[in-house]
Design a protein around this ligand. Structure first.
Ligand SMILES: NC(=O)c1ccc[n+]([C@@H]2O[C@H](COP(=O)([O-])OP(=O)(O)OC[C@H]3O[C@@H](n4cnc5c(N)ncnc54)[C@H](OP(=O)(O)O)[C@@H]3O)[C@@H](O)[C@H]2O)c1
Length: 228
């Protein structure tokens, strides 16, 4: 059974993840974690954060790494990305939509380094992905897709950035939310997160633009790290 990881950044207080089909904040270093983890997790020694500095993204490094990772997203998350930012580079982009008429337009964005595919069901997507050389599979949102995948037995890890806005910041209103973590999920220890994303991962509370955030991982008893 192919396992996948969910990756999201959500407000610690409310689980808010988006507003008006956009992200509620711009935190470049947090985005860099997303980019690094989803591009490199499992593909090279030391995963996304090796202990020796990685020359992240070079052509040589890409050529020596394992097969690319896969990102599965809902159609609204795909739509929320400006053309210049999609498909997400050096990863296989997979978009889910119930409207098969949208598939040719989505797939027209495909490039050699960032193949882009669309399916009308998660099962069809995972069946096709199983035929492609790939390493890790990520569910990257949005709220609708997270909600349907978090209870799926194939969900091995939840990589969740817990975001706290500055104290003097106006309340951040969101219209979409990360689902509550099922009760059988427990927070992984720092060493367990290191085993998944690499030893030099940015541990502890991070500060950026007055925001504070922390990278966390949650796992379920029957979805061991070794099987991911
Ligand atoms: N903070 C974060 O980490 C993060 C990450 C990602 C996204 N976001 C935010 O989340 C928001 C978007 O989330 P959302 O819940 O509105 O939309 P979404 O989950 O991105 O997309 C929902 C759409 O995806 C398609 N879909 C979902 N599940 C499907 C399935 N099982 N089979 C077939 N199609 C499926 C449907 O498309 P059709 O309508 O075409 O049928 C559905 O309307 C935005 O604000 C975005 O910025 C935040």
């Amino acid at each position: 059974m192919a396992k996948f990881s969910l990756i999201a950044a959500a407000l610690a207080a409310t689980n808010g993840i988006g507003k008006g089909n956009d992200l509620p904040w711009r935190l470049p270093n947090e985005m860099r974690y997303f980019q690094r983890v989803t591009t490199w997790m499992g593909r090279r020694t030391g995963s996304a954060y090796p202990s020796t500095p990685a020359n992240t993204g070079s052509k040589e490094e890409e050529a020596q790494a394992g097969p690319p990772n896969v990102l599965i997203m809902g159609r609204k998350t795909w739509d929320s990305m400006p053309d210049g930012f999609r498909p997400l580079k050096n990863r296989i982009n997979v978009v889910l939509t119930s409207n098969s008429a949208l598939i040719p337009d989505i797939e027209s964005k495909s490039t050699v380094e960032s193949p882009t595919l669309a399916f009308t069901t998660l099962t069809d997507a995972l069946t096709h992905i199983a035929t492609l050389p790939h390493t890790s599979i990520f569910i990257i949102g949005g709220a609708q897709l997270y909600a349907s995948c978090i209870t799926d037995p194939r969900c091995a890890h939840v990589l969740l950035t817990r975001v706290t806005p500055p104290l003097d910041h106006a309340q951040i209103d969101c219209d979409v939310f990360f689902p509550p973590l099922p009760k059988d999920f427990v927070r992984a220890r720092d060493e367990e997160l290191a085993a998944v994303v690499g030893p030099a991962w940015p541990a502890g509370v991070q500060q950026e633009k007055g925001f504070e955030y922390e990278f966390t991982m949650w796992t379920r008893g029957d979805c061991g790290l070794d099987e991911a």
